[in-house]
Ligand binder design. Structure first.
Ligand code: ADP
Ligand code: MG
Length: 303
């Protein structure tokens, strides 16, 4: 791999991958990274809207010798909702997890190729994985609030990330942005796990938002929710799109059609390696796809 450089200069060599370092040092390295890659806290200009935030280049994802995803090249636009659809096992979750180094936690997982974020190779050894996960948050299939109070679900990550501001304000702001404040404001000290499934998922979104990410990855966030709770999450996604870039994996085709701007259709070959068939504006993928495989899938003939 060549030295990752951007128009903002090379990635600081002192942005280390060692996530066991002291929090203080981590905060310092985050700040360095903030300088180096731009973006992050500050908001974008209107003209930035269609800029590519991620560039995926020849990405293949492996578990040991097994290639789960092959040769993906694409860009992901900023401030848009990009949906990933395709049959079960085609590598959607695998691919999504490489966008915030969640696969670092799987020893057999490795890649060839790269994912660049603001022009920086996310999987470069010198990039701090903890900082990557702060900027690129994740919401999982099954709501997983910490076994702590609603309030602490918000403050915990922020404290670790070195947040120095007013915690009450942060709690309110995050819960409001996740459209759950009115439902929980009188019971902030009650356990997050006591909420309904849909509320728990919005709490998890609030928790992800609290550390001021740039991107939110969602892996089938509504699959454990009823239709009403699902619609609430979809409405919330639309509101969040102005401030965040959202990547969502869904096996619910209606959800992709309703709730995304861009759709990526993946399928898998005989070797079980998933690959990208087609990516485009959601309306095109659903009404006028270029590939027969896409057409068969979105019309329900396959998968
Ligand atoms: N931790 C893992 N170790 C080994 N193989 C895995 C692991 N996670 C997923 N796989 C395999 O990778 C392929 C893609 O899985 P996944 O990304 O979960 O697909 P999808 O989300 O599209 O259903 C599957 O063949 C699956 O069995
Ligand atoms: Mg999956």
């Amino acid at each position: 791999m060549t030295e990752p450089t951007t128009d903002r200069g090379p990635v600081a060599a002192d942005v280390k991958a060692d996530s066991s370092k002291e929090a203080g040092q981590r905060v310092e390295s985050m700040q360095k990274m903030k300088v180096d890659v731009g973006g992050g806290g500050e908001r974008r200009n209107p003209g930035d809207e269609t800029k590519a935030l991620f560039e995926v280049e020849d990405l293949s994802c492996y578990y040991g010798d097994f290639r789960a995803v092959r040769d993906v090249s694409m860009t992901v636009p900023m401030n848009r909702i990009t949906a990933f659809i395709g049959p079960s096992g085609c590598g959607k979750s695998t691919l999504l997890r490489w966008f915030n180094r969640m696969n670092d936690l799987v020893p057999s997982a490795h890649i060839t190729g790269s994912i660049k974020y603001h022009g920086v190779d996310l999987n470069d050894d010198r990039v701090d994985a903890v900082e990557v996960r702060r900027r690129i948050g994740m919401v999982f299939q099954k709501p997983n609030p910490f076994p702590k109070s609603i309030r602490e679900n918000i403050t915990f990550g922020a404290r670790i990330a070195g947040y120095k501001g007013n915690m009450d304000e942060l709690v309110e702001k995050s819960l409001r942005r996740a459209a759950i404040w009115d439902e929980v404001k009188d019971k902030l000290n009650q356990p997050g796990t006591a909420l309904s499934g849909g509320q728990q998922q919005r709490l998890c979104i609030a928790r992800a938002i609290a550390v001021e990410p740039d991107v939110i990855l969602m892996d089938e966030p509504c699959s454990a929710l009823d239709p009403v709770a699902t619609l609430k999450i979809e409405e919330l996604m639309f509101e969040l799109r102005d401030e965040y870039t959202i990547l969502i994996v869904t096996h619910n085709m209606q959800q992709a059609a309703r709730a995304s701007d861009e759709t990526v259709f993946m399928t898998m070959g005989e070797d079980r390696a998933g690959y990208l068939v087609e990516k485009g504006p959601t309306t095109e993928i659903f009404t006028n796809p270029k590939h027969q495989l896409t057409e068969d899938y979105v019309s329900g003939r396959f998968g």
